[in-house]
Design a protein around this ligand. Structure first.
Ligand code: ZN
Length: 329
């Protein structure tokens, strides 16, 4: 048995909910984690200030070893010199275990001059270097699926999803191109060699695993999580397997399924551990909004699973036996 797992990409806080309330209860999350063999779950929803301390109290402190909460940066501080790094130090002192940077950086965050702030803006570089000094990994999501930047017509393969959520389309003149955003992201990572980065959603370019491989090759502090991209890598199982075989120490399991759900975890194990062909990436009866295709398993060798599921995350997050893996039943 491959053993216990760490889910490095999840959301169990409040800021993504429709009504501002918690997305779920800690007890429900723990029941799902226990059933799925998840020893520790990274909660990316810590934000800052009292929202951070509320998340830390509800999860990390109440259930030691089972949750690691990341903070975020309050971009309204961008124009005040030193404010972002001071806030990050406070968040680290409060107990944040990493910094999450969301896709609004690059797509919608503007400074006081009204300019869009790119991922490699000097103020962001300074913040990410400070994260490295504090020993905090940075989990960053830049851009979005390539299709969200392509013409919004019947040729767009994610037209179902973009029809359901039109604000996810970034193909107009108001937004940088996908390529420009990814280039800025990689420059940021290169500018902070002492900071450990995790690229959300397979390095933010799950559609092009060769490009992910070349970024991993160029940038030794770059890692990627699998969160939210089962559909995408599920239609390239051989390429994903090659990526894991080539970079076994750089790829971390993350689900990004929230609230956590056992059937979704089971589908991840089916994709990663079996050679099953042609199955759905959503539950029976659900519409596969990310595209009308099916996926196949990548049948990873059992020897590669412990690193993907656990060891890489333990190293990157700085959590070892003290963080639940020896005490979890
Ligand atoms: Zn996410």
């Amino acid at each position: 048995m491959p053993g216990l797992k760490i889910d490095v990409h999840n959301h169990v806080g409040r800021w993504l909910s429709d009504d501002g309330d918690w997305l779920t209860t800690a007890e429900d999350v723990l029941a799902t984690m226990d059933a799925a063999g998840i020893a520790t779950l990274v909660n990316l929803d810590g934000r800052w200030g009292s929202e951070l301390t509320d998340n830390l109290a509800r999860y990390d402190a109440a259930h030691p070893g089972r949750f690691l909460t990341f903070c975020q940066a309050d971009w309204s501080l961008l124009d005040t010199p030193g404010a972002l790094t001071a806030q990050l130090s406070e968040s680290a002192a409060a107990g944040a275990r990493g910094l999450k940077i969301w896709k609004d950086l690059g797509l919608s965050v503007r400074d006081q001059s009204g300019r869009l702030v790119a991922p490699d803006d000097p103020r962001v570089v300074e913040l990410c270097r400070a994260a490295g000094d504090l020993g905090l990994p940075v989990l960053i999501h830049t851009a979005d699926p390539v299709a969200f930047f392509e013409p919004l017509d019947e040729t767009n393969e994610r037209i179902d999803e973009l029809t359901a959520v039109p604000e996810w389309w970034f193909g107009g003149p108001d937004h940088p191109t996908f390529a420009a955003l990814l280039a800025a992201l990689h420059r940021l990572v290169g500018a902070c060699p002492a900071t450990t980065f995790i690229g959300a959603h397979v390095g933010c370019q799950a559609e092009d695993l060769d490009a992910v491989g070349s970024a991993l090759q160029r940038l030794p502090n770059w890692h990627v999580d699998t969160g939210g991209r089962l559909a995408e890598i599920g239609r390239r199982p051989a390429a994903f397997r090659r990526l894991v075989e080539t970079f076994p120490d750089r790829i971390l399991f993350g689900s990004d399924c929230y609230p956590p759900k056992l059937s979704e975890y089971d589908r991840w194990w089916r994709f990663l551990e079996t050679a099953d062909q042609d199955f759905s990436y959503v539950d029976d009866g659900d519409v596969p909004l990310q595209g009308r295709w099916r996926i196949s398993g990548c049948d990873l060798p059992a020897t590669l699973l412990p690193a993907l599921y656990r060891h890489n995350a333990q190293r990157v997050l700085g959590c070892g036996a003290a963080y639940g893996l020896t005490t979890f039943g």
